[in-house]
Design a protein around this ligand. Structure first.
Ligand code: ADP
Length: 477
């Protein structure tokens, strides 16, 4: 079974969000099951030089995209058992950021075509090409049109995974022809049309042989208009080919016992290690060093969908509960300023780091008591999984993967792994924060038991990796 896993970002090479984690840890888990899985991703200039020097050059060719003739270099690098192919083109990928440019559509159309052309250098003929999110969602369409007669892809099936339906890749009607030449002129069968334009995400949904998304609940939610982002009709059309598989995290990488980024290592049996991390984090962040102050963490992109308007609504009331707050994130100017404003008002109780910093993120997971993630929608969410593993108790809204991975704490039986609320309502969230704070401050024994339960919940990849494998195998039949 040969799988080509295609992603616009992949750790340890690049990362802006959860997709990069998945593009590293899922292939790794599958490789452990003896699947020959290879990852293909852009060769961004932001890739650390220390990593890039281990990449071998496999060859190059010119990619024709309508009137454009673009260089494509292919490099190969190994991480553990998994081979990564890097697609090089400085015009498209030598930029400061991964995304956010006027020509992102062209950049990832190039990458999508390069994925299919790189076979000349890699000689890797996959049984399944596994695409992820809109950046590569046009590949199933290319496979069924321009590459339909290519003998090297005659047996190749496609899987398309939706990590976030919100970002779709919508372009004007003539875009496809502009990218892939007159032969790909719009076919008028409606499978790409979106309003007056075309939609790459929709192409993935309509042309892939199988569609997955990253949690069971999100797979149901996106069939409804509220979560469907105007693609619910197409998703319903393909609902028998749509399945939700909950993401895991890499348990070697995210392990408080061995994580070199932490001030102190610890596990379920050594809560004093976690306390030491908290004290160090508090002092590093200029907060009052106080073991009894409940320390809430947020590590997130600062965007609307993560529920920051709820936090904004009740921020003073949160501080009335005696909590401390550490925020690590970048994103909307409005939310960056919101936290900056409150950090000036409560300098000993709120610290905001407006940056992307993987080491600091781990220190925050390890040093915090609670992890707040009140998302409006959340396809899966990795933040709460990492928090669980590091014993930071999640407070989440019951949506998407948050609902599937955090078990509500039951104060009578002591079962559960976190605090959850149903409606997108600031005071429902505040009630849960209040309950969590009360438990933390009044019942140390039960609190410690809750932390142990959270840390021993299994959110490794093993189960979901088996499901993916099953999907690949069934497609091959
Ligand atoms: P999304 O993919 O929607 O951004 P997830 O919860 O699935 O959200 O994944 C977010 C990942 O990015 C987590 O691993 C989280 O720790 C990490 N992360 C988010 N913001 C930052 C930041 N500013 N610095 C470091 N890591 C971050």
């Amino acid at each position: 079974m040969k799988i080509l896993f295609v992603s616009s970002e992949a750790l340890p090479l690049s990362k802006t969000g959860g997709l990069a984690d998945v593009a590293f840890s899922l292939p790794k888990a599958l490789a452990e099951e003896d699947v020959d899985i290879r990852v293909i991703t852009p060769y961004y200039s932001t890739i650390a030089a220390a990593l890039a020097e281990h990449a071998d050059f496999l060859g190059s060719k010119t990619i024709h995209m309508n009137w454009r003739n673009q260089y494509m270099g292919v490099h190969e690098i190994h991480f553990g058992k998994v081979v990564y192919y890097l697609i090089d083109n400085e015009y498209y990928f030598k930029r400061d950021q991964l995304y956010g440019y006027f020509d992102d559509g062209e950049r990832f159309s190039f990458f999508s075509k390069a994925v299919l052309e790189a076979i000349d250098m890699t000689h890797f003929e996959p049984n399944v090409i596994h695409l992820n999110d809109w950046h590569t969602a046009i590949v199933p369409y290319l496979l069924k049109t321009q590459y339909a007669k290519d003998p090297r892809y005659a047996q190749t099936k496609s899987v398309f995974t939706i990590h976030n339906l919100k970002y779709q890749g919508v372009f004007e009607r003539g875009f496809l022809e502009d990218m892939f030449g007159p032969e790909s002129a719009f076919h008028g069968d409606g499978r790409l049309v979106f309003g007056s334009g075309i939609n790459y995400m929709k192409a993935g949904i309509r042309f892939a042989d199988k569609i997955t998304t990253v949690s069971e609940t999100y797979a149901e939610e996106i069939l409804t208009p509220y979560f469907g982002e105007k693609l619910e009709w197409d998703l319903n059309y393909r609902r028998h080919d749509l399945v939700g598989l909950t993401n895991g995290i890499d348990y070697d990488d995210y392990n408080p016992k061995t994580d070199a980024r932490l001030f102190f290592n610890y596990d379920q049996t050594s809560p004093e290690g976690k306390r030491a991390n908290k004290a160090k984090l508090q002092s590093l962040s200029g907060l009052t060093v106080d073991e009894n102050a409940p320390l809430i963490a947020i590590v997130s992109r600062l965007v609307d969908s993560k529920g920051f308007d709820l936090i904004e609504r009740v921020m003073p009331e949160m501080f009335d509960l005696g909590v401390q707050l550490i925020v690590l994130g970048t994103g909307d100017y409005h939310y960056e300023n919101l936290f900056k404003y409150y950090s000036q008002r409560f300098p000993n109780r709120l610290k905001v780091y407006v940056e992307f910093n993987a080491t600091l993120a781990q220190r925050i997971y390890a040093g915090s008591d609670l992890f707040l993630m009140p998302s409006r929608f959340e396809p899966c969410g990795l933040g709460q999984l990492i928090a669980l593993r590091y014993g930071s108790i999640p407070i989440v809204r019951e949506t998407g993967g948050l609902k599937d991975t955090v078990v509500p704490y039951n104060r009578f039986t002591g079962e559960g792994t976190g605090f959850t609320f149903t409606n997108y309502n600031a005071h429902e969230m505040l009630d849960q924060i209040r309950d969590a704070v009360e438990l933390f401050q009044t019942n140390q024994e039960n609190w410690n038991a809750l932390v142990r339960q959270a840390m021993s919940a299994d959110h490794s990849w093993k189960r979901s990796a088996h499901h993916y494998l099953e999907i690949y195998r069934n497609l091959g039949k």
